[in-house]
Every structure is written in C-alpha cells, then in structure tokens.
Write a protein that binds this ligand. Sequence first.
Ligand SMILES: Cc1cc2nc3c(=O)[nH]c(=O)nc-3n(C[C@H](O)[C@H](O)[C@H](O)COP(=O)(O)OP(=O)(O)OC[C@H]3O[C@@H](n4cnc5c(N)ncnc54)[C@H](O)[C@@H]3O)c2cc1C
Ligand code: FES
Length: 300
Amino acid sequence: MSTEQCDNPLHADYYADGSVHCTVEVVENVEVAQDTWRIRFRCPEMASLCKPGQFIMLKITGRDDPLIGRPLAVFDITPDENQVPTDLDAVYLVKGNLTTRLVNVAAGQHLDVWGPLGNGFLPQPTRHLVMVAGGIGQTPFVTLAREYLGLANYGRECPQAESVTLCYGARNADLLAGVDSFESISGLDIKLCTDDGSRGHHGLVTEVLEQVLADDKQIHGSNDGVRVVCCGPEPMMEAVAGVSRQWQVPCQVSLETPMACGIGICFTCVTKVIQEDGAWDYKRTCVEGPVFDAEKIVWH
Ligand SMILES: Cc1cc2nc3c(=O)[nH]c(=O)nc-3n(C[C@H](O)[C@H](O)[C@H](O)COP(=O)(O)OP(=O)(O)OC[C@H]3O[C@@H](n4cnc5c(N)ncnc54)[C@H](O)[C@@H]3O)c2cc1C
Ligand code: FES
C-alpha cells in the first residue's frame, strides 16, 4: 500500500487494488437445486488470486439490464491438470434482475466479472471450524473447508483444523444446493437440516449448531479452539451469533448486503459496526467485509 493510500481514511484494507476486471467465457451453467444454478467460467488470472470467502461482481456481457453487476461468492476454484487455478464457480439462487437472465447463459457466452473482492475469511488457528449456512449461504464454504482440512492451498499459509463441520439448513430438501461438492471433501462432517424435515434434522440450523457445540464440549472438556463462521439470511446469522455467544465461541458472519459498485465508492452496502470506543459507525461490506466479527454487528 502506498503512503498516499494510507493517508486516505476511506482506503480500506481490502480495497480492490489487487483485483482484476475481465470478460470471461462461460464453461457451463447447470441447475443444481430448485431455482439454484452453478455457473463456471474460465479466468486464470482471477482464479489464482481468490481466497476463501471473497466474492466477485458479475454482469452479462453486452446486456444493459441490469446495468450494474451483482455480488456472488466464489463457490469453487478449479485447477487445471498442472494444479494451476483456471476456473471459478458461483452458485446462485434465481431471485431478480440478473439471476433470472443468467439461467439462459450457455457455455461459450461471456460475462463481465471483477474481483476477487472483500476480506474473505482470514486464516486463524482453529481446532474445530464449524461452518453454519442457511439458504444460499453455503457458497463461501467449499474452499474454506478444503483449506482448513489441508486439501487445497489458495496461495497462503493456513493452520489446519483437527475437524471441520458444515451445518447447512434450508426450507426443504429441494433447496439444499451443492451438497455433492461438500460430500466430495474428504474429512468434512456434514450435518443437514430442513424446516419441513424432508432431509436431515427436522428443525433449525441453530439446533444443529448447539448439538455440535455440546458434542465437542463433551469430547474435549471445553469448546476452546472452536470457531463458528456463518452465512445466510440476516435473522439466521443473528441467531447463530447468539448461540455462539451463549457457548462462548467466537463467531464471524459473512454479510450479503445489496451492493452497487463492489469497490468502495458508492456506500450502498454499509452496515453498522461497533468501533473500539463502543460507538457504532457505518462500514462498507464490500471493502471492509463481507466477513465481520459477529459481536461487532448492530443487527437492527
Ligand atoms: C458478498 C456477497 C456474496 C453473495 N453471494 C451470493 C451467492 O453466492 N449466491 C447468491 O445467490 N446470492 C449471493 N449474494 C446475494 C446476491 O448478490 C443478491 O441476491 C442479488 O441481488 C441477486 O441479483 P438479482 O439481480 O438476481 O436480484 P435483484 O434484482 O437485485 O433483486 C434482489 C432482491 O430484491 C428484490 N427486488 C428486486 N427488485 C425489486 C423491487 N423493484 N421492489 C422490491 N424488491 C425488489 C427481489 O425480489 C430480490 O429479493 C451475495 C451477496 C453479497 C453481498
Ligand atoms: S457497494 Fe459501493 S461502496 Fe460497497
């Protein structure tokens, strides 16, 4: 970072200085669950920069509707036969303007993509990493699980965890997306749940989390070394933050606030974050997040 950048109070640690903006070719675009698709595109330059929990901004090349890109988490990073990262996957829920059009994009068509963006999950010593996902919130966790299990290296050192658990909940079985990607990760403990009981535990993902924390405490005598990371709808993240507080386990949340620019300029994406002096201030989720300490978020 240059002196000029350090002197600028708006220059966040994760400003998009190291990001790239490119037009990429779609490799495949397939439905993986109800209203949920996985799109893969070739972008070796960006793929080699991506860290778990970072996101990209994406729009369809040549289309002005929507005019601005939309943020999607990096779901997976695929290497070529020489283990050089070449392709990126995003998994998206069909929701509005971009995603309803994205389902019609076929292999060979092009996207405008800029990234990687945001802080992502920083490597931290962890005995047991518990990843808690709700709805489409599982998307940042494939690469994170691989990294903490020592199965992939994303260009940085990451302390290995003794165990990694995914607690993943959705309204029903049809909406659980990308489960096969998680099942392909050797050593990952997967606990699914659904609101209607159609797959896994019949109930809330917070109930599954409490059971995981209770089992961990019973085996190890305490929850020391456990860390929760969470992504999903905001009420669910607030509830997961509450359970983590109750069990005295640190928790980080990856926020999905709407974004316009993705690079720190427009302040569309602000969220209230408690500062060192105890007062809250607005932080830009795109360049100061999307991952925040759950205890620092003002939820309402
Ligand atoms: C860091 C980050 C990572 C993310 N990762 C993912 C991911 O991996 N996968 C994923 O699926 N999503 C992800 N999201 C969320 C995703 O970016 C949004 O859902 C995005 O808005 C979808 O774009 P869209 O154009 O399809 O929907 P939009 O058109 O932007 O609509 C989004 C929502 O607003 C509502 N809406 C739209 N227009 C109106 C209107 N006129 N009045 C009222 N409501 C309206 C829609 O019903 C919908 O609920 C992420 C968000 C962030 C910030
Ligand atoms: S989306 Fe523009 S500042 Fe964050």
